[in-house]
Design a protein around this ligand. Structure first.
Ligand SMILES: [Zn+2]
Length: 108
């Protein structure tokens, strides 16, 4: 194994930090690109795995992701907080009687 890596692992072991600790820490910080991707309508799991394998690439990659608005809209509608306006197809609150975008009556 690479000499510098061996030395680094030895120094860390002096502080009681083992390879398992580093892998565990990577599993935790890989949640960051996973979470960022999730908030943009992408798969948490795929981006978490990507983060575990290649964190330095996955993190900026997740920040540069485009939002999947359709997925985000469906997520909002599936928990019942929002519905799609029949008049203009914008997302509005489920309780709304009038659309805040086009003003159409939602009761009919
Ligand atoms: Zn509307």
């Amino acid at each position: 194994m690479d000499y510098h890596f061996t030395v680094m692992m030895y120094r860390l072991s002096q502080f009681g930090i083992s390879g398992m600790h580093l892998v565990f820490a990577l599993f935790i910080i890989a949640c960051l690109p996973g979470y960022i991707a999730h908030t943009k309508g992408h798969s948490f799991l795929k981006w978490w795995i990507y983060g575990v394998l290649l964190f330095v690439v996955a993190l900026p990659g997740s920040l540069l992701l485009q939002k999947r608005q359709r997925v985000l809209d469906e997520r909002e509608m599936s928990n019942g907080d929002y519905k799609k306006c029949a008049g203009c197809a914008e997302l509005i609150r489920s309780e709304a009687e009038f659309c805040r975008f086009c003003g159409s009556n939602q009761r009919f």
